[in-house]
Design a protein around this ligand. Sequence first.
Ligand code: BEZ
Length: 256
Amino acid sequence: METAGKPNQDWKADRYAQHAHFVPALGAPVLELLKPQAGERILDLGCGDGVLTEKLAATGAVVVGVDAAADMIAAARRRGLDARVMEGGKLTFAGEFDAVFSNAALHWMKQDRDAVIAGVHRALKPGGRFVAEMGGHGCVAGITVAIIAVLERHGIKDGAATIPWYFPTVDDYRARLERGGFKVEYIELIPRPTPLPTNMAGWIELFAQPFLNRLPAEQRAGAVEEVVEMLRPVLCDEQGRWTGDYIRLRFAAHRQ
Ligand code: BEZ
């Protein structure tokens, strides 16, 4: 969940742990796809607070984590990890990793999408693996439409221009990887309705800050409530449990 591309989003490790601990917890399938081997050097791109990086390191791999958010990197370092503040579009590594891994981060690197792929390619040894999961085409579509509709009620007519995430199709991302010098072994869109650990207001306040920042501060809490009520009939069950309409894009490729 890194912030490269700087979509006006302020990450705080404590709020992330409260509202989004499901993000690393649901990263197991992409870790399995990576198949890390003891002694391999692995870069965790957009490592956040290091919860998943720590699991990676526990396999015996030698892991470096990078993230653009200093508060998240400080949390990762408190776990004893080698974690560095670095934007995904400005990776400084050259030919030193057996694999680059990324979970729930690449969709934040909207402006830098091709620079990210180029930096990953440079960072890998020849034949090195790029294995990742990110939001895919249609991810959080319902939530996004509700936010844009509420912004419009508040006089913001171009809310869609503020969408901070990049959720590619299979065809789009495969083509970008191939143009960037990768051979793609596997790529798939996976619908994954995701139970939210707290509620929709918490999710919006954590993940949708670029939208809220379009409004004067005194209107934000009311706008969040309006979005929540718009979504309640479709994303909240009879017990008050919220689900996010997530779709993942998962892939494995290697440097040619
Ligand atoms: C994610 O972490 O996967 C995510 C974050 C914001 C919006 C959608 C997905």
